[in-house]
Design a protein around this ligand. Structure first.
Ligand code: AMP
Length: 302
């Protein structure tokens, strides 16, 4: 089999992601610019599990304008390199370059980015593929064309949900749904929808919506906006151990937070937008709007 170095010329290091180092590179034969992602796993000595290889291979068939294309898979004994289509920047860098909350002009672009994000998510969910780690850093942008594409779809399933990034950076909790924060392992498409809501909010605010420092702080930040978690606001909460443990219960579920109206936080957003974000950020995962339904929402009608 061909090795990475036979086929690609490394140009520069782009960053360190969740699964390994990302390089900008060029296909020596075609001249095409690509992103190489060297996958490093915790149990590195054992090599790459063949189940992971099989699952990754399926991702090559995921063709959608809002999904970063997996172009090639290079696999030698212990190393796995994924070759992706290259995009110039990501949503995190793009937001860092802006100042202040979104104005009326920005809303149009934010609406377009939200719609493209939902199109990509809907496509993967239709094929029963979850992302599980949607965040601004893995939404790549082609700014001039106004295009947004999702990176790393399906990787969490193949390589395990990341606990720590390659660089030992703690994986962010900011986009994690309350059910997952409370330890739910019943993963469904609804976990990605919560992240979409957080990302939509972050684009509008130009700062993270719920920047929690740890799990309990994350849950408290969410409750300060959505109101206290209780069996009325979140019917499933009684199923979690933390709810039954009196000590945990007082820490994780303070009962003194009334819900704050979303229009207070997003005065620039029309009622349709407010309605959409409130349907994305629902405590009950079963009540959260699906990507397919969100695309039919009035917010995208005008
Ligand atoms: P990630 O592993 O997705 O967190 O990516 C780590 C860094 O590499 C981020 O700063 C991304 O902007 C960059 N990156 C990841 N994938 C690509 C790609 N396909 N094209 C260009 N840059 C990328």
């Amino acid at each position: 089999t061909q090795t990475t170095m036979d086929k690609y010329l490394k140009i520069e290091k782009l960053g360190e992601g969740t699964y390994g180092i990302v390089y900008k590179a060029q296909n020596k034969q075609t001249g095409e610019i690509v992103a190489l992602k060297r996958i490093r796993l915790d149990n590195d000595d054992e090599g790459i599990p063949c189940t992971a290889i099989r699952e990754i291979s399926l991702l090559r068939d995921l063709h959608h304008p809002n999904i970063v294309r997996l172009l090639d898979i290079l696999h030698s004994e212990k190393k796995l390199t994924l070759v992706f289509e290259y995009l110039e920047t990501d949503l995190k860098k793009w937001l860092d370059g802006r100042d202040g909350p979104a104005d009326a002009d920005d809303i149009l672009l934010i609406k377009s980015f939200t719609k493209q994000l939902l199109e990509g998510v809907a496509h993967c969910h239709k094929h029963m593929i979850l992302h599980r780690d949607l965040k601004p850093q893995n939404l790549l942008l082609h700014v001039r064309k106004g295009e947004l594409k999702i990176a790393d779809f399906g990787l969490a399933r193949s390589f395990g949900a990341p606990v720590r990034a390659y660089s030992h950076e703690v994986v962010t909790l900011w986009y994690r749904s309350p059910d997952v924060l409370l330890g739910s392992t019943h993963y469904s498409t609804s976990i990605d929808m919560w992240s979409v809501g957080c990302i939509m909010g972050e684009m509008l605010l130009n700062r993270p919506l719920f920047p929690g420092a740890n799990v309990s702080n994350q849950l408290v930040k969410i409750q300060k906006q959505l109101g206290s978690i209780n069996p009325d606001s979140f019917p499933g909460v009684t199923g979690f151990e933390q709810w039954r443990d009196p000590e945990q219960k007082t820490i994780l579920f303070p009962q003194n937070h009334p819900p704050v109206n979303w229009s207070k936080l997003f005065p620039q957003l029309d009622p349709a937008g407010i309605d959409l974000i409130s349907k994305l950020l629902k405590y009950d995962p079963d009540a959260r709007i699906s990507a397919e339904a969100a695309l039919e929402h009035d917010f995208f009608k005008k």
